[in-house]
Design a protein around this ligand. Structure first.
Ligand code: UVW
Length: 340
């Protein structure tokens, strides 16, 4: 028998609970029953696109390490394979075709964070020294292989985003309308704030649901018209308080399969300092991606859906949001659809 990947699992984690080799984490809680419950949300047949145009936010002011998508075109003979005439035989019936390719940071715009996006330094093998490790004990340099380990080939050989794609990412979304409460003011929302918002809406969250957070941040990005003002964005709209232990415990207990927000990182980034000197900079990411295998959606676009739900006094809908089935990626653009 192969040696187990880990001897110790992080406190508060679910490593191993979905099987020793599980690679989709809380997506395991999507079941035929949770999907059927989600389909029962559809009464009107109206659909909403929950993605920003993927060339937004524009530039790299929001996050300097991610740049806007760039199209690239291949030559086909002497001309480009774009508006290309397939043959010269007959001017009337000749086909004209175009192909393109894109160089894209997969987490530039509306996206899923995969389980290979955030890990931690943690002593999983029990040798007394922390190592770089991800959800369910998958290891940096062994399963999550970067350019520094180039001779072994790059990419997430385990917990890649393609695993999530095969999980059938469809279920009930519950939209928490934080914009209605906080407007465009910066607000740090912890357990109490989230529960108050759910109660004000008369909404409840069940196992297998996608928790969706509307803050207005993506609307602000659209209004900035691809010239984002980093300072304004940094002090605008609601974010979750990743340092709130009660909130993290609720995420564990609630059975939600993912959190999808229209803001940059779901949680405040950088997070407020922790109690001692050593703490993760992205505590909610560490709790969700690393400990629970719970995917995070970011920079989603909820404006029209939120207006519709307000007008109809509803909070829930059918959500369909598979990532790209792109082997080895640690994140993915997504074009989620809400149906009501
Ligand atoms: C960072 O990588 C900072 O965050 P995110 O998961 O929000 O893209």
């Amino acid at each position: 028998m192969d040696k187990p990947r880990w001897q110790h699992r992080p406190e508060g984690s679910n490593w191993g609970d979905f099987g020793p080799d599980d690679q989709i984490g809380r997506m395991n809680l999507l079941t035929p029953a949770t999907r059927l419950r989600a389909f029962r949300e559809v009464e009107h047949g109206t659909a909403f696109c929950l993605s920003l145009p993927l060339d937004h936010p524009g530039g790299n002011t929001l996050f300097q390490h991610r740049k806007a998508p760039k199209f690239v075109y291949e030559k086909r003979g002497d001309s480009f394979n774009f508006n290309y005439r397939l043959s010269n035989v007959n001017d009337c019936f000749c086909d004209v075709i175009s192909d393109d390719a894109v160089l894209m940071f997969l987490q530039y715009s509306t996206q899923w964070d995969g389980l290979g996006h955030v890990g931690q330094m943690f002593d999983a093998d029990g040798d007394g020294r922390p190592e770089k490790v991800y959800y369910n004990g998958f290891r940096a340099g062994i399963e999550i292989v970067g350019p520094d380990d180039a001779e072994r080939g790059w990419g997430a050989r385990s917990i890649g985003i393609e695993r999530m794609a095969t999980a059938g990412v469809q279920g009930r979304g519950v939209l928490v309308d934080l914009e209605r409460i906080h407007g465009r003011e910066r607000a740090l929302v912890g357990y109490d704030g989230l529960m108050a918002a759910l109660e004000a809406q008369g909404a409840s969250v069940e196992q297998g649901d996608f928790l969706c957070l509307y803050t207005g941040f993506a609307d602000l990005i659209l209004e900035m018209n691809k010239q984002p003002d980093g300072e304004v964005l940094a002090r605008s709209c609601a974010v979750l308080d990743g340092r709130d232990e009660k909130l993290l415990q609720w995420i564990t207990d609630s059975g939600i399969v993912a959190i999808c927000a229209d803001n940059f990182a779901v949680e405040a980034y950088p997070a407020r300092p922790g109690a001692n000197g050593s703490y993760p900079g992205l505590p909610l990411h560490a709790h969700c991606l690393f400990k629970l295998g719970l995917h995070l959606g970011e920079l989603w676009y909820f404006a029209e859906l939120a207006q519709w739900l307000r007008a109809h006094k509803r909070s829930s809908f059918l959500l369909t949001a598979p990532p790209l089935r792109l082997p080895g990626a640690v994140g993915s653009p997504v074009t989620p659809v809400a149906t009501v």
